[in-house]
Each structure stands twice: as C-alpha cells, then as structure tokens.
Design a protein around this ligand. Structure first.
Ligand SMILES: [Zn+2]
Length: 170
C-alpha cells in the first residue's frame, strides 16, 4: 500500500478522506494537519477519486490569517478590554483592514459585539492593572494618569464593555 510510506498518516486515512470531502482546506493546509507533503495529499486525493467541494470565492474566515488571529485574541481573558490599538498592532495589519474583518466576525457571532470597541490605550492599561492586581480604582487611575477611572468604567459599562469582576459593574 502506498500509504505505508506516510507513517504518520497511518490510521488517519478516514479522517483525511472526510476532510477532503467535507472541507475546502487546501492540500497544503491538510498536509500540515496530517504531517505529510502537499503533493502527498494531492496524490492521495486523486488515488481515492475524491471530488472536492467547490471552494467558495472571496474571503473565507477559516482561511483568513487576520480573522483567525482576531478570534485568537478574542479568546483571551477580558478580551473586550483590549484596545483596538493593541489588536491592530498584534495582528500587524492596518486599522482599516482590521476593522473590516472584525465587522465580519461580529456579524457571524465569532467574536462578541464588544470585542475591539475599546478605543483608549490608557483605559486598556488601567483595566489590565485592575484585573492583575485588584488595586483600588482611584489608585490605578493615578498610576496611569486617568483623572476619573470610575466614570470611565461607568461609561464603558453603559456601552456594554463590562465585567462582573469590576467593582462598578456588579
Ligand atoms: Zn478575515
């Protein structure tokens, strides 16, 4: 059997057949997943006579690096308190591009409505300190140079950027 030389794949042929039939993942991506070369996956697909589903055109979230990175960041704890500046910086993209992919992800419910809405870097810093240290709000405000951190928390709470761990959000 030809599969024998793909040591790693042994026993996973059924999974690969399923992925080939059900997903539009590229041969390269599948190769990575199964630890074999792109060519090996292509050859396997041909040998099995598998007809792959037609790949829809345009932007594909599951194949979009930016979307995948955004989803990754959104899964971090307190991700709604990460500012858009940091998100743009971490994904290495442009702000415009980032916002447009974010919109798509929100529309599909893949990130929360509030993820990426925080605009202030300073507030982000203040929240990060709070979640880490639970210092009094006024102390943190002084630390990062926010005059009234209380009122900022209240404002964010009103627009839905809230967390029950925050004193004013209870
Ligand atoms: Zn995308």
């Amino acid at each position: 059997m030809i599969m024998k030389k793909w040591g790693i794949l042994r026993g996973k042929e059924d999974d690969l057949v399923r992925d080939l039939k059900k997903t539009t993942f590229s041969f390269k991506k599948l190769g990575k997943k199964y630890g074999v070369s792109r060519q090996a996956v292509l050859a396997f697909c041909k040998r099995q006579g598998i007809k792959r589903p037609v790949r829809p055109r345009g932007h594909q979230i599951e194949e979009c690096r930016l979307c995948q990175e955004l989803i990754g960041i959104s899964k971090k704890p307190h991700s709604e308190f990460i500012s858009i500046h940091t998100i743009v910086k971490e994904t290495g993209g442009s702000r415009v591009k980032c916002l447009s992919h974010l919109r798509t992800l929100r529309d599909k419910g893949l990130v929360t409505e509030k993820f990426g809405r925080l605009k202030s870097k300073r507030a982000e810093k203040a929240y990060a300190i709070y979640f880490k240290t639970r210092l009094p709000i006024s102390t943190i405000g002084r630390k990062v140079g926010i005059k009234n951190f209380h009122s900022i928390i209240r404002k964010h709470k009103e627009i839905g950027i809230r967390c029950s761990a925050l004193p004013l959000c209870l």
